[in-house]
Write a protein that binds this ligand. Sequence first.
Ligand SMILES: [Fe+2]
Length: 295
Amino acid sequence: MSIQFRPVTPNIGAEASGIDLREQLTAEQVRQIHGAMDRYAVLVFHDQPLTNEQHLAFTTALGPLENTMGNTLRTAADFRLPGTFADVSNLDGNNQPYGRDDRRRLFAIGNRLWHSDSSFKAVPAKYSLLRAVRIPSRGGNTEFAHMGAAYEALDDETRAQIEDLVCEHSQLYSREAIGFREFTPEERERFRPVRQRLVRTLPGTGRKSIYLSSHAGTIIGWALPEARLLLRDLMEHATQREFVYSHQWRVNDLVIWDNRQTMHRGRPFPTDEPRDVRRTTVKGDAPTIDQAVAA
Ligand SMILES: [Fe+2]
């Protein structure tokens, strides 16, 4: 039986049913999921009680893993999960929520700004797969915005203006935006900026999208104030509610999103409650600046 996809909003997201992710995927199921990702950009799978190994096996069926080690301020003592996972929980190595003023937490909550995963890497992420193991009593939604729909709603002048622009992305920029500025020399080196095109084309469909992220801090060749203002205007445009799906988590949800054509952000939840969510990441194909300039 084929997988069914039911759209959850007009512009973004679908709920998938008719598949047990604990089982090995058939070639046809892999093809259907990639097709649905191109079309809906976010897929929600409910009631999938996976082990870490099953989560990982499902991920690698969709593409090669991205190594996400070194993306956060966690140290070896904080690791709760295999190195193949990005631990996006609020828990330390003893499964205790970080204190409110903990530096690792204050860095991590930068993910409440709209962003695309790993846009601060030369080859940024393709898909992220996030699974909810434990969720707080309230709050903690993840919101997704469709950058293809946002691109199509831009006026012609803005589209022409941004077509060939290149930005620099770094976690230093997104953290600076929330007042987190103190980094060690090692962290500054680790988080040094990379270049990304501002307009991307999705290979499977030819659909263009704005490649935006709070990690974007400069536009090559532009004065900083002007660059920041354009990025702000685009961000405001692209996150209007018509482009957004807000996912309210249930335990055993697995959500996949396409970082090439969406942004997302976490929403607040009670600081003292555990939120155990685990992410694997499928690597992108190539640097965005290698993308051929559109004809
Ligand atoms: Fe993220």
